[in-house]
Write a new protein. Structure first.
Length: 255
């Protein structure tokens, strides 16, 4: 992984430099996402990007204001979501399905399974756009990165090519988790199936409902704990040869 540089920008947003190209995952580049506020790490700059990988349509992963800031980037979206995004001002869009491949200069992107709702408004809604949630395998210069997106455990994790680096979610943006997510213990079980050389815990420590971090009593204390503890609980639970590169939002990953 000598030619790979990675910065964890917060939540599920990771900037990678690989094979001479810049890749951004699920970009959130603002201080707020609907009712959520950025409470960890600085607001990232909208730097030039070659390729954007979107895992699913939820607002904290497909964030339209952030996508519009990345004018000129090629945006790879789950199959079925392209026209919806084009109508909202994201013009350079390519669709990718699970099991399909896309080549961008020296990079190869493969769509892989994810166990998560693909509906824009969550698992209980029947109105609005729907496209299957997914993860990605990113390959270039002999390096393989698994970008999980949002997911729970699924059997196919054990059949993925063994990656050099995995980006795994270990929490979310609130005091509790809904269905289709990995908590620290389940994320550690995912590591056992995937067996990456290095894993970076993501999807934590960045966003929270407005006002909840400063709330008194148990609710505020729980939120403050969940902004800090999940990646450390995850690191303590990981066994075997995989190295956990615990990285604070906004920081470079030590590979």
């Amino acid at each position: 992984m000598r030619d790979l540089a990675v910065r964890f920008l917060g939540h599920s947003t990771v900037r990678m430099e690989l094979a001479g190209r810049v890749v951004l995952t699920d970009p959130v580049l603002t201080g707020r996402v609907g009712p959520l506020r950025r409470v960890g790490g600085p607001v990232p700059d909208a730097e030039p990007v070659d390729l954007v990988l979107l895992s699913h349509l939820h607002g904290d992963h497909t964030h339209l204001p952030s996508l519009r800031m990345l004018d000129g980037a090629r945006v790879v979206v789950p199959r079925g979501a392209g026209e919806w995004l084009r109508r909202r001002g994201v013009t350079r869009v390519d669709e990718l399905g699970v099991g399909e491949e896309l080549v961008h200069d020296g990079l190869r992107v493969t769509g892989v399974e994810a166990a998560h709702s693909g509906h824009r408004w969550g698992p209980r809604s029947t109105r609005g756009p729907q496209a299957r949630a997914m993860g990605h395998l990113l390959e270039g210069d002999g390096t393989c990165v698994y970008v999980a997106g949002d997911t729970d455990l699924f059997d196919g994790m054990a059949r993925l090519p063994r990656p050099d680096l995995a980006l795994l979610p270990v929490w979310g943006w609130g005091p509790s988790l809904g269905p289709g997510h990995l908590d620290p213990e389940r994320a550690a079980r995912a590591v056992h199936r995937i067996r990456p050389r290095v894993v970076v815990p993501v999807h934590w420590g960045t966003l929270a409902p407005a006002g909840l971090v400063r709330a008194p009593g148990r609710a505020g204390a729980r939120m403050r704990d969940r902004l800090v503890a999940p990646p450390r609980e995850f690191a303590a639970a990981v066994t075997g040869e995989t190295r956990v590169a615990l990285t604070e939002p906004g920081a470079e990953v030590d590979l």
